[in-house]
Design a protein around this ligand. Sequence first.
Ligand SMILES: Nc1ncnc2c1ncn2[C@@H]1O[C@H](COP(=O)(O)OP(=O)(O)O)[C@@H](O)[C@H]1O
Ligand SMILES: [Mg+2]
Length: 254
Amino acid sequence: MAILEVKNLSKRFGDLEVLKDISFSVEKGQVVSIIGPSGSGKSTLLRCVNQLETADGGDITVDGLKMLTTENGKVVYAPKKTLREIRLKIGLVFQNFNLFPHKSVMQNIIEAPIHVLKKSKQEAVETAQGLLEKMGLTGKEKSYPCELSGGQQQRVSIARALALKPDILFFDEPTSALDPELTGEILKVIKELAEEKMTMVIVTHEMEFARDVSNHVIFMDGGFIVEEGDPSELFGNTQNERTKQFLKRFKGVQ
Ligand SMILES: Nc1ncnc2c1ncn2[C@@H]1O[C@H](COP(=O)(O)OP(=O)(O)O)[C@@H](O)[C@H]1O
Ligand SMILES: [Mg+2]
Protein backbone atom coordinates (compact mmCIF):
# COMPACT_ATOMS: atom_id res chain seq x y z
CA MET A 1 0.00 0.00 0.00
CA ALA A 2 1.18 3.53 -0.71
CA ILE A 3 2.14 5.38 2.46
CA LEU A 4 1.88 8.70 0.63
CA GLU A 5 -0.33 9.47 -2.31
CA VAL A 6 -0.35 12.89 -3.97
CA LYS A 7 -2.84 13.53 -6.77
CA ASN A 8 -3.16 16.59 -9.02
CA LEU A 9 -1.57 18.87 -6.42
CA SER A 10 -1.47 22.55 -7.32
CA LYS A 11 -0.09 25.56 -5.50
CA ARG A 12 0.28 29.21 -6.45
CA PHE A 13 1.87 32.22 -4.83
CA GLY A 14 -0.19 35.13 -6.19
CA ASP A 15 0.06 34.90 -9.97
CA LEU A 16 2.93 32.41 -9.86
CA GLU A 17 1.87 28.81 -10.37
CA VAL A 18 4.55 26.90 -8.49
CA LEU A 19 3.07 23.39 -8.53
CA LYS A 20 1.00 22.26 -11.51
CA ASP A 21 -0.86 19.00 -11.36
CA ILE A 22 1.70 17.01 -9.34
CA SER A 23 0.87 13.31 -8.87
CA PHE A 24 3.08 10.62 -7.37
CA SER A 25 3.06 8.01 -4.64
CA VAL A 26 5.53 6.53 -2.18
CA GLU A 27 5.39 2.92 -1.04
CA LYS A 28 6.47 1.76 2.41
CA GLY A 29 10.25 1.16 2.49
CA GLN A 30 10.83 3.09 -0.72
CA VAL A 31 13.54 5.75 -1.07
CA VAL A 32 12.48 8.43 -3.54
CA SER A 33 14.81 11.16 -4.76
CA ILE A 34 13.46 14.40 -6.17
CA ILE A 35 15.84 16.23 -8.47
CA GLY A 36 15.44 19.35 -10.57
CA PRO A 37 16.71 22.88 -11.06
CA SER A 38 16.39 25.60 -8.46
CA GLY A 39 12.93 27.19 -8.49
CA SER A 40 11.20 24.10 -9.91
CA GLY A 41 8.94 23.76 -6.86
CA LYS A 42 10.69 20.97 -4.92
CA SER A 43 10.66 22.71 -1.52
CA THR A 44 7.10 23.94 -2.02
CA LEU A 45 6.03 20.35 -2.72
CA LEU A 46 7.67 19.14 0.51
CA ARG A 47 6.19 22.05 2.43
CA CYS A 48 2.66 21.27 1.15
CA VAL A 49 2.98 17.61 2.17
CA ASN A 50 4.34 18.67 5.58
CA GLN A 51 1.48 21.13 6.18
CA LEU A 52 3.80 24.14 6.13
CA GLU A 53 1.99 25.54 3.06
CA THR A 54 -1.67 25.37 2.08
CA ALA A 55 -2.33 23.71 -1.28
CA ASP A 56 -4.75 25.18 -3.84
CA GLY A 57 -5.98 21.94 -5.34
CA GLY A 58 -5.51 18.19 -5.38
CA ASP A 59 -5.61 15.27 -2.96
CA ILE A 60 -3.04 14.08 -0.42
CA THR A 61 -3.43 10.81 1.50
CA VAL A 62 -0.96 9.69 4.17
CA ASP A 63 -1.08 6.10 5.45
CA GLY A 64 -4.74 5.82 4.42
CA LEU A 65 -5.73 9.13 6.06
CA LYS A 66 -7.06 11.87 3.77
CA MET A 67 -5.12 15.04 4.51
CA LEU A 68 -6.77 17.14 1.84
CA THR A 69 -9.12 16.60 -1.01
CA THR A 70 -10.71 18.84 -3.63
CA GLU A 71 -14.47 19.12 -4.01
CA ASN A 72 -16.04 21.28 -6.73
CA GLY A 73 -12.70 22.99 -7.29
CA LYS A 74 -12.27 23.86 -3.62
CA VAL A 75 -9.62 22.37 -1.33
CA VAL A 76 -10.97 20.79 1.84
CA TYR A 77 -8.51 19.91 4.60
CA ALA A 78 -9.15 17.13 7.11
CA PRO A 79 -10.27 18.08 10.64
CA LYS A 80 -7.52 19.36 12.97
CA LYS A 81 -7.30 16.05 14.83
CA THR A 82 -6.59 14.11 11.62
CA LEU A 83 -4.07 16.73 10.46
CA ARG A 84 -2.25 16.39 13.76
CA GLU A 85 -2.23 12.60 13.45
CA ILE A 86 -0.82 12.91 9.93
CA ARG A 87 1.80 15.44 11.06
CA LEU A 88 3.16 12.86 13.50
CA LYS A 89 3.62 10.36 10.70
CA ILE A 90 5.91 12.67 8.75
CA GLY A 91 9.37 14.01 9.60
CA LEU A 92 11.25 16.76 7.81
CA VAL A 93 14.97 17.55 7.79
CA PHE A 94 15.77 21.02 6.49
CA GLN A 95 18.72 22.29 4.50
CA ASN A 96 19.75 24.67 7.30
CA PHE A 97 19.25 22.22 10.18
CA ASN A 98 16.71 24.46 12.02
CA LEU A 99 17.97 23.46 15.47
CA PHE A 100 17.03 25.60 18.49
CA PRO A 101 20.27 27.60 19.01
CA HIS A 102 19.70 28.19 22.74
CA LYS A 103 19.05 24.52 23.51
CA SER A 104 21.62 21.75 23.93
CA VAL A 105 21.78 18.77 21.57
CA MET A 106 19.86 16.64 24.09
CA GLN A 107 17.22 19.33 24.68
CA ASN A 108 16.75 19.72 20.93
CA ILE A 109 16.02 16.02 20.54
CA ILE A 110 13.79 15.40 23.59
CA GLU A 111 11.65 18.55 23.30
CA ALA A 112 9.04 17.17 20.88
CA PRO A 113 8.85 13.61 22.28
CA ILE A 114 8.10 15.09 25.74
CA HIS A 115 5.75 17.89 24.71
CA VAL A 116 4.09 16.40 21.63
CA LEU A 117 4.19 12.64 22.25
CA LYS A 118 3.92 13.07 26.07
CA LYS A 119 6.83 10.71 26.70
CA SER A 120 8.49 10.69 30.11
CA LYS A 121 11.80 12.53 30.26
CA GLN A 122 13.62 9.30 31.02
CA GLU A 123 12.20 7.51 28.00
CA ALA A 124 12.88 10.49 25.74
CA VAL A 125 16.49 10.72 26.96
CA GLU A 126 17.06 6.99 26.45
CA THR A 127 15.71 7.16 22.90
CA ALA A 128 17.83 10.25 22.22
CA GLN A 129 20.98 8.53 23.50
CA GLY A 130 20.37 5.60 21.17
CA LEU A 131 19.88 7.94 18.23
CA LEU A 132 22.98 9.99 19.07
CA GLU A 133 25.01 6.81 19.16
CA LYS A 134 23.62 5.82 15.78
CA MET A 135 24.57 9.27 14.43
CA GLY A 136 28.10 8.99 15.86
CA LEU A 137 27.45 11.84 18.30
CA THR A 138 27.79 10.18 21.70
CA GLY A 139 29.37 12.70 24.10
CA LYS A 140 27.81 15.72 22.38
CA GLU A 141 24.63 15.69 24.50
CA LYS A 142 25.46 18.93 26.34
CA SER A 143 26.92 20.81 23.37
CA TYR A 144 25.06 23.70 21.78
CA PRO A 145 24.47 23.79 18.01
CA CYS A 146 27.02 26.62 17.53
CA GLU A 147 29.73 24.36 19.00
CA LEU A 148 29.18 21.71 16.32
CA SER A 149 30.23 21.42 12.68
CA GLY A 150 27.53 21.71 10.02
CA GLY A 151 27.65 17.96 9.48
CA GLN A 152 27.21 17.30 13.20
CA GLN A 153 24.32 19.78 13.38
CA GLN A 154 22.62 18.06 10.47
CA ARG A 155 23.06 14.68 12.18
CA VAL A 156 21.45 16.13 15.32
CA SER A 157 18.51 17.32 13.23
CA ILE A 158 18.17 13.85 11.70
CA ALA A 159 18.21 12.36 15.23
CA ARG A 160 15.57 14.91 16.26
CA ALA A 161 13.33 13.90 13.35
CA LEU A 162 13.81 10.18 14.07
CA ALA A 163 12.97 10.66 17.77
CA LEU A 164 9.34 11.14 16.71
CA LYS A 165 9.43 7.76 14.91
CA PRO A 166 7.99 9.03 11.64
CA ASP A 167 6.58 6.62 9.06
CA ILE A 168 8.13 8.70 6.33
CA LEU A 169 11.07 11.09 6.49
CA PHE A 170 11.57 13.98 4.08
CA PHE A 171 14.91 15.70 3.45
CA ASP A 172 15.13 19.06 1.69
CA GLU A 173 18.65 19.31 0.26
CA PRO A 174 20.22 17.97 3.46
CA THR A 175 23.79 18.55 2.28
CA SER A 176 23.48 21.82 0.39
CA ALA A 177 24.73 23.94 3.30
CA LEU A 178 27.75 21.67 3.89
CA ASP A 179 31.33 21.52 2.65
CA PRO A 180 32.00 18.56 0.38
CA GLU A 181 33.86 16.61 3.09
CA LEU A 182 30.92 16.98 5.49
CA THR A 183 28.43 16.02 2.79
CA GLY A 184 29.75 12.45 2.82
CA GLU A 185 28.97 11.88 6.49
CA ILE A 186 25.32 12.89 5.99
CA LEU A 187 24.93 10.78 2.87
CA LYS A 188 26.35 7.82 4.79
CA VAL A 189 23.74 8.25 7.55
CA ILE A 190 20.93 8.44 4.98
CA LYS A 191 22.31 5.35 3.24
CA GLU A 192 22.22 3.45 6.56
CA LEU A 193 18.61 4.51 7.10
CA ALA A 194 17.80 3.27 3.60
CA GLU A 195 19.35 -0.10 4.45
CA GLU A 196 17.05 -0.25 7.48
CA LYS A 197 14.12 0.28 5.08
CA MET A 198 13.21 3.72 6.40
CA THR A 199 10.76 5.29 3.95
CA MET A 200 12.34 8.51 2.68
CA VAL A 201 11.83 11.28 0.14
CA ILE A 202 15.03 13.21 -0.53
CA VAL A 203 15.38 16.42 -2.50
CA THR A 204 19.01 16.47 -3.57
CA HIS A 205 21.55 17.72 -6.08
CA GLU A 206 23.82 14.75 -5.27
CA MET A 207 23.12 12.78 -8.43
CA GLU A 208 25.43 9.84 -7.74
CA PHE A 209 23.85 9.47 -4.34
CA ALA A 210 20.34 9.65 -5.81
CA ARG A 211 21.27 6.99 -8.35
CA ASP A 212 22.84 4.67 -5.77
CA VAL A 213 20.50 5.00 -2.81
CA SER A 214 17.03 5.61 -4.16
CA ASN A 215 14.77 3.11 -5.87
CA HIS A 216 12.69 5.80 -7.57
CA VAL A 217 13.63 9.21 -9.00
CA ILE A 218 11.36 12.14 -9.79
CA PHE A 219 12.63 14.94 -12.05
CA MET A 220 10.79 18.24 -11.57
CA ASP A 221 11.00 21.35 -13.71
CA GLY A 222 8.79 24.44 -13.81
CA GLY A 223 6.28 23.06 -11.32
CA PHE A 224 5.74 19.81 -13.22
CA ILE A 225 7.00 16.27 -12.82
CA VAL A 226 8.76 15.97 -16.19
CA GLU A 227 9.79 12.36 -15.74
CA GLU A 228 9.95 9.72 -13.03
CA GLY A 229 11.19 6.18 -12.85
CA ASP A 230 13.91 3.74 -12.02
CA PRO A 231 17.27 5.47 -11.24
CA SER A 232 19.22 3.33 -13.69
CA GLU A 233 16.76 4.20 -16.46
CA LEU A 234 16.46 7.89 -15.63
CA PHE A 235 20.17 8.50 -15.10
CA GLY A 236 21.44 6.01 -17.63
CA ASN A 237 18.98 5.96 -20.44
CA THR A 238 16.55 8.88 -20.35
CA GLN A 239 14.77 9.63 -23.60
CA ASN A 240 13.52 12.96 -22.32
CA GLU A 241 15.36 15.97 -23.78
CA ARG A 242 14.72 18.19 -20.75
CA THR A 243 16.05 15.54 -18.35
CA LYS A 244 19.11 14.98 -20.56
CA GLN A 245 19.83 18.70 -20.59
CA PHE A 246 19.56 18.94 -16.79
CA LEU A 247 21.75 15.88 -16.13
CA LYS A 248 24.47 17.18 -18.47
CA ARG A 249 25.44 19.55 -15.65
CA PHE A 250 26.30 16.59 -13.47
CA LYS A 251 29.07 14.83 -15.32
CA GLY A 252 29.94 11.35 -14.23
CA VAL A 253 26.53 10.04 -13.26
CA GLN A 254 25.49 8.89 -16.69
N1 LIG B 1 6.55 31.96 0.11
C1 LIG B 1 6.70 32.24 -1.18
N2 LIG B 1 6.14 33.34 -1.73
C2 LIG B 1 6.27 33.60 -3.05
N3 LIG B 1 6.95 32.83 -3.92
C3 LIG B 1 7.54 31.73 -3.43
C4 LIG B 1 7.45 31.37 -2.04
N4 LIG B 1 8.13 30.22 -1.85
C5 LIG B 1 8.63 29.86 -3.06
N5 LIG B 1 8.27 30.76 -4.01
C6 LIG B 1 8.59 30.69 -5.44
O1 LIG B 1 8.13 29.44 -5.90
C7 LIG B 1 9.03 28.88 -6.86
C8 LIG B 1 9.46 27.51 -6.43
O2 LIG B 1 10.26 27.62 -5.27
P1 LIG B 1 10.81 26.37 -4.47
O3 LIG B 1 9.68 25.46 -4.16
O4 LIG B 1 11.59 26.90 -3.34
O5 LIG B 1 11.74 25.67 -5.56
P2 LIG B 1 13.00 24.70 -5.37
O6 LIG B 1 12.95 24.15 -3.99
O7 LIG B 1 12.83 23.67 -6.44
O8 LIG B 1 14.21 25.54 -5.62
C9 LIG B 1 10.17 29.89 -7.01
O9 LIG B 1 9.90 30.70 -8.11
C10 LIG B 1 10.08 30.67 -5.72
O10 LIG B 1 10.59 31.96 -5.88
MG1 LIG C 1 14.35 24.18 -2.45
